[in-house]
Design a protein around this ligand. Structure first.
Ligand code: ADP
Ligand code: MG
Length: 546
């Protein structure tokens, strides 16, 4: 009798599937976990995290995107939150923690509405409306800034570095950042064009942060390959090659079968000739400096040195690109294609002793916009964290100049957005109103977290802040050192407008996207485990979940 229903399988064996509220719940929880992880690092009083990778390398940082990247998160919706941090990093270069924390809070508040049986599409619609409105509010409160406003720009740079490893020298570092960014600004019809790749940030252990400097040109953490090469080359003609100057298959471990010594000698001669030809090819173009992304054979080094060529090998890919941009040289893959037209120019290329080690300074480049900030610090952990702080500051100053608009920080803009959003919600009815209100409350997570991380009572502080904003004091923010409400603009806590608009934009986009998922189907071959699993060895032990 076949009256009984046979179970039907439409998916391969081993596939894990979660549906409906369960899928939503796990996705929201994973996203919240990510936000919770970086939350304690927010603001000047935020704590640092120490991340130890599988090789035992230690990173101590306060930087949201760095933490999330190093953590190697695997849960699919948690990964979507990490993407928010990455977008923020690419678009602005700062504000990554803010974006992630807002995303987490939006989802947390959405969950509350889901429990009240408000459908996720309604929440999604309300969130979108609120997000659009937030952009308008932020733009309307922004203040103008131009290249001439040195004081404001310096405050923007200093705010970016507050509470980071760079804290004690932020004044000096901010001056360097402004100097560097101003050097690379290009005026276009539509406004200012700034390619922050033109500012290279190089860190070198040794001496103190106060010895950091700006160098006009590109600095490489490398030395020339051969002692007999000149230390300085003036009026350098620069060749950039991204393939090896070696003869393939002649490494020591390669077996060659030769039947008699003569044949072996012929082989050696042949190899020597090939290397000599390579060097001849380079010098025939008139090149006096060679930057090679790969290796340079010992023999080739010797020939190059004999002809007075300055050569550096194993130059990082990013540096190769920097050098190409700075000197105007084309990056050559096949040495046979190299012509004098491919060469770039630099006034001087010089090996310089910095601390105990040598570095290569490429100065007076064809493109005068290329600059390097050479940062110094006592230990590698210190310089690495300073480098991250300075990179944030460069991003913020560039962003402020590009859009020409800045806001005060310290929780002030978020408080103002929340206040105006609540007023906007009053004009709506029913469930959308609830969603917009939930959105407004979620934005308040920034001032609340700033207060919490400073050891203040968030309820007291937020009540005071709300009152100040109701009094039309749009820049009322938190003085995290005294616990009082302050005028964040007057206090010089300034940030580019784009940090805030971008953070809210990407946070709400990801929240809406996660909310709309009601079915997670994970194939068995998927390495990260099923949708119910937390990343291995990762965040299972984090406190304060749910
Ligand atoms: P993010 O990765 O989001 O940039 P940060 O740890 O850099 O995170 O913290 C940024 C937050 O700290 C912003 O809300 C900013 O306004 C606030 N902030 C920065 N400096 C101060 C300050 N001196 N007083 C109060 N808040 C500050
Ligand atoms: Mg920051």
């Amino acid at each position: 009798m076949s009256n009984q229903m046979q179970p039907i399988f439409i998916l391969p064996e081993g596939t894990q599937r979660t549906q409906g509220r369960n899928a939503q719940r796990t996705n929201i929880m994973a996203a919240k976990l990510v936000a919770e992880t970086v939350r304690t690092t927010l603001g000047p009083k935020g704590m640092d995290k120490m991340i130890v990778d599988s090789l035992g390398d230690v990173t101590v940082t306060n930087d949201g995107v760095t933490i999330l990247e190093e953590m190697q998160i695997e849960h699919p919706s948690a990964k979507m939150i990490v993407e928010v941090a990455k977008t923020q990093e690419n678009e602005v270069g700062d504000g990554t923690t803010t974006a992630v924390v807002v995303a987490g809070e939006l989802l947390k508040n959405a969950e509350r509405l889901l429990e009240q049986n408000i459908h996720s599409t309604v929440i999604a619609k309300g969130y979108r409306m609120a997000a659009d409105r937030s952009q308008e509010i932020l733009r309307s409160i922004g203040e103008k800034v131009t290249e001439k406003d040195d004081k404001l720009l310096k405050q923007v740079a200093m705010t970016a570095m507050t509470g980071k490893g760079a804290e004690s020298s932020k004044e000096l570092l901010a001056t360097l950042v402004i100097k560097a960014v101003k050097r690379i600004v290009e005026k276009e019809e539509k406004g200012l064009y700034i390619d922050i790749n033109n500012v290279k940030v190089e860190a070198k252990v040794g001496s103190g942060v106060e010895d950091s400097e700006m160098i006009e040109g590109v600095v490489l953490d490398k030395e020339k390959v051969h002692a007999a090469m000149p230390r300085v080359v003036k009026g350098a003609k620069v060749a950039i090659i991204d393939s090896a100057m070696e003869v393939k298959g002649t490494e020591a471990d390669t077996k060659i079968s030769v039947s008699d010594p003569q044949q072996f000698q012929a082989f050696i001669d042949q190899e020597e000739k090939m290397l000599r030809d390579m060097v001849d090819k380079v010098t025939s173009t008139g090149a006096t400096v060679v930057f090679c992304q790969k290796g340079i054979d010992d023999m080739a080094q010797h020939f190059l040195a004999k002809r007075g060529v300055f050569a550096v090998r194993r130059v990082k890919k990013s540096d190769v690109e920097n050098l190409s941009r700075a000197t105007g040289a084309n990056i050559i893959t096949n040495l046979h294609d190299l012509t004098s037209k491919d060469l770039g120019f630099a006034g001087t290329v010089e090996e310089v002793k910095v601390g105990d080690e040598n570095m290569v300074f490429v100065r007076e480049c064809k493109n005068p916009k290329a600059v390097t900030l050479l940062l110094r610090g006592g230990t590698s952990h210190v310089v690495d964290e300073i480098k991250r702080a300075v990179t944030d500051a460069i991003g913020d100053v560039a962003s402020a100049l590009k859009s020409g608009s800045i806001v005060a920080g310290a929780g002030a803009p978020e408080m103002e957005v929340a206040r105006q959003l609540k007023k906007f919600a009053d004009t709506l009815s029913g469930r959308e109103q609830l969603a917009v209100l939930a959105f407004a409350e979620a934005i308040e997570v920034i001032p609340r977290t700033l207060a919490e991380n400073a050891g203040l009572d968030p309820i007291d502080v937020l009540t005071e802040l709300r009152a100040a904003h109701d009094q039309k004091n749009k820049w009322a923010g938190i003085n995290v050192f005294t616990g009082k409400v302050m005028d964040a603009w007057k206090a010089g806590v300034l940030e580019p407008l784009k940090i805030k608009t971008q953070a809210i934009k990407s946070a709400s986009e990801v929240a809406v996207m996660i909310l709309r998922i009601d079915d997670v189907i994970a194939g068995s071959s998927h390495g990260g485990g099923g949708p119910d699993m937390m990343p291995p060895g990762g965040m299972g032990g984090m406190p304060g979940m749910m």
